[in-house]
Design a protein around this ligand. Structure first.
Ligand code: NDP
Ligand code: MG
Length: 396
């Protein structure tokens, strides 16, 4: 493998930090060309001092000035704004772009990387949930290579036949089985779900992740977003994608073939495995993870998800079936509801009721272009904020 030049979008986040951990183990294989962050300026400055990228990007001009002062004489040029995120995603000398910004903000830079024909290492699932059709079209038209970082999709990718180009049946695939840990509330008494606090919701039993995705894992909206992500990544129909709860998070997902074979990818729950897989693909790299000790783990168990406990998963399938802008609306309303829950403006159960109401209200929005989807995203955010502000959200 020749040296790969990388841009890491969202370098200061959980995925970004894990990516730099793998990169640091192989200084002869990777060169960091650009790092981006948003609020954690000290951390971004420290990363820049260590990895010496050509560019560092933040959103705001103020933060860019602070970063510039911190990096004076370091040789890293500081840029700011969404256009700068797009610029470092499309640099001619960059081969691979790790798209690990959280939320809808990750869409434009990920799209810029796809349009520049890069190897796109996609962690930002919201890109596909918002604009899957347009993103996949950009990947095809511009000859980009798409490698999934989300552990489930990375497992599916590894379990699919080499050269898979979409159309599961044509490749002998019957179903994609996405595993889910069930999060922290899988066994909690249903009548106490109403009392869940942000601290309880972000304490995931198996994974260390950013706050937003941790809440999504608790509600299982994360798995709902992943069903939508799988629909686009693997060109599968919703009925070909099934979710199974597997609390140990050792099997990261499976592919079932027409002859009854089921192929799976197993590993300890450590994001450095899918990250290293995608960074090195099609080669393999040491990632610093602990080896899997199956005898110590003892048993792997499975159960069907309970949609009464996890209504968000059902809402995701509904939005997928509705098509059009529904999944973009779901995603935007979810970002608003999760932020409101984390700030204690709404109770836990109001996340799902907010999404349900916004989906019903806005389901008919157009989705003929990317602009339509961005407009649907904005309308859903506005409607969700109003609903949250007037506390008109039922929590029953
Ligand atoms: P974090 O919250 O830990 O990190 C998010 C990153 O995005 C940070 O670098 C943050 O900067 C930056 N950021 C936040 N908002 C903006 C914005 N508006 N514009 C530009 N940059 C921004 O998230 P994770 O690393 O956990 O997740 C990143 C993505 O990967 C998400 O889409 C998530 O769904 C997906 N993912 C994560 C997994 C995990 O294990 N963590 C697993 C599978 C998928 P700063 O911190 O400096 O403010
Ligand atoms: Mg996942």
């Amino acid at each position: 493998m020749s040296v790969r030049n990388l841009t890491i979008l969202g370098a200061t986040g959980t995925i970004g930090v894990n990516t730099l951990d793998v990169v640091a183990r192989h200084p002869d294989r990777f060169r960091v060309m650009a790092l981006t962050g948003q609020n954690q300026i000290d951390k971004l400055a420290e990363q820049c001092r260590r990895f010496r990228p050509r560019y560092a990007v933040v959103l705001d001009a103020d933060k860019a000035r602070t970063l510039e002062q911190a990096l004076a004489g370091n040789g890293t040029e500081v840029l700011h704004g969404v256009e700068a995120l797009e610029f470092v995603s499309a640099l001619p000398e960059v081969d691979s772009v790790m798209a690990a910004i959280v939320g809808a903000a990750g869409l434009r830079p990920a799209l810029a990387a796809a349009k520049a024909g890069k190897r796109v290492l996609l962690a930002n699932k919201e890109t596909l949930v918002m604009a899957g059709r347009f993103f996949m079209q950009a990947v095809r038209e511009h000859g980009a290579t798409l490698l999934p970082i989300d552990s489930e999709h990375n497992a599916v990718f590894q379990s699919l036949p080499a050269g898979y180009t979409g159309d599961p049946t044509a490749h002998g695939v019957r179903r994609i089985l996405l595993t889910a840990s069930g999060g922290p509330f899988r066994g909690r008494a249903i009548e106490t779900l109403k009392d869940i606090t942000p601290e309880e919701a972000v304490a995931h039993p198996n994974w260390v992740m950013g706050r937003k995705i941790s809440v999504d894992s608790a509600t299982m909206m994360n798995k709902g977003l992943e069903v939508i992500e799988a629909r686009w990544l693997f060109d599968a129909r919703p009925e070909q994608i099934e979710v199974v709860i597997h609390p140990q998070s050792i099997i990261h997902s499976m592919v079932e073939y027409l002859d009854g074979s089921v192929l799976a990818q197993l590993s300890n729950p450590d994001m450095r495995t899918p990250i290293a897989h995608s960074l090195a693909y099609p080669e393999r790299l040491e990632a610093g993870v602990n080896w899997l000790d199956l005898a110590k783990i003892g048993s792997l168990s499975f159960e069907a998800p309970d949609l009464r406990r996890f209504p968000c998963l059902g809402l995701a399938y509904q939005a997928l079936a509705a098509g059009g802008a529904a999944t973009a609306i779901l995603n935007a309303a979810n970002e608003e509801a999760v932020a409101a829950f984390l700030e204690r403006r709404i109770p836990y159960l109001a996340i799902a009721t907010t999404l349900d109401q916004i989906l019903q209200k806005l389901a008919g929005e157009k989705a003929d272009s990317l602009e339509d989807l961005l407009a649907a995203d904005a309308a859903a955010r506005q409607a969700a904020r109003e609903l949250i502000a007037t506390a008109a959200v039922g929590t029953a």
